[in-house]
Design a protein around this ligand. Structure first.
Ligand SMILES: [Zn+2]
Ligand SMILES: [Zn+2]
Length: 296
């Protein structure tokens, strides 16, 4: 194998890391657990406060990122967003927050900003979907370069975007843009009823994704195990190897030719723990390479 092939065949496996103590602190945290791609919040996810970081800190982040072996960076929008809300004030606050994250994404060189699609609570699903589509379009019209990645939802009551049909229709309505794509969360699609427990199941799930949405629209995978039963409609993440997707499912996912070269970002409960985080990333890397167990 020549050097070039070696580079191409390297898996992109990383984690959501915290920015406590400053933006640039995310880089050593990710390096410590063996990640080569990262996802961060650039502001507190439970607050509406705009992201604010000193210029020096931003430069430190960019320098550290460039010196690392990282190959991709994603931002995750705040949790308070509801771009589908019937309430104008909430919807407008959501759009402003997405726009601000898209600006930060551009500044930091991110490959995308992940957003949750919100809920239809207080209105009809049709109206909520229309609001969502308009909100995303407005955010895109007021920014450039960085794509919005619509995250698949777990199918919790009233949440939008839990089926491939819904996501395909939403993307279609947003229109012909390279700046709207999908972030697929394994724990969420499992909870929404997509089977990932075996090679056949994984093949079938991603054939359906390809038919309805297109694998070229899949820009990021959130790699989370779960103990929610399939179709359970609840959003609960579990550490890799401690959930019911299990080793067989993960191996099928990580070796699937249609998706294995996508970036895989862990958002599991213990990912911030140095030992557990490193162990979980190591597991995924070994399964990606088709090996059986740690140490083989
Ligand atoms: Zn998310
Ligand atoms: Zn996720």
């Amino acid at each position: 194998m020549n050097e070039k092939n070696k580079t191409i065949q390297e898996p992109l496996i990383g984690a959501h890391v915290g920015i406590g103590g400053g933006l640039s602190k995310a880089i050593p945290r990710a390096l410590e657990i063996g990640a080569n791609c990262i996802q961060i919040f650039v502001s507190a996810p439970q607050q509406w406060r705009e992201p604010a970081h000193p210029d020096e800190e931003v430069q430190l982040f960019i320098d550290a990122y460039n010196q690392s072996n990282f190959r991709a960076i994603f931002l995750h929008a705040i949790y308070l967003l509801n771009p589908a809300a019937p309430n104008t004030e909430l919807r407008e606050k959501s759009i402003s927050s997405i726009i601000s994250y898209l600006h930060w994404g551009k500044r930091l060189g991110a490959q995308g900003v992940v957003i949750h699609l919100g809920s239809s609570s207080g209105t009809t699903r049709e109206e909520a979907e229309k609001n969502l589509v308009n909100s995303v379009k407005t955010a895109l019209d007021n920014t450039d370069e960085v794509p919005v990645l619509l995250e698949t939802s777990a199918g919790t009551k009233n949440s939008l975007g839990s089926t491939f049909d819904d996501l395909a229709r939403i993307l279609y309505k947003i229109g012909d843009t390279k700046r709207a794509a999908i972030c697929l969360d394994t724990a969420h699609i499992w909870a929404a009823g997509y089977d990932l427990s075996s090679e056949d199941a994984v093949n079938q799930t991603f054939e359906e994704f390809d038919q309805k949405i297109g694998l070229d629209k899949l820009k990021l995978i959130h790699a989370n195990d779960t103990n929610v039963r399939i179709g359970g409609g609840r959003d609960r993440h579990e550490n890799i190897g401690e959930g019911i997707i299990g080793e067989r499912g993960w191996k099928a996912l990580l070796t699937n030719p249609g998706i294995r070269f996508k970036p895989w970002i862990l958002e599991t409960p213990q990912i911030a723990d140095k030992n557990s985080g490193a162990e979980q990333i190591k597991k995924l890397r070994q399964w990606w390479e088709g090996k059986d167990d740690i140490g083989n």
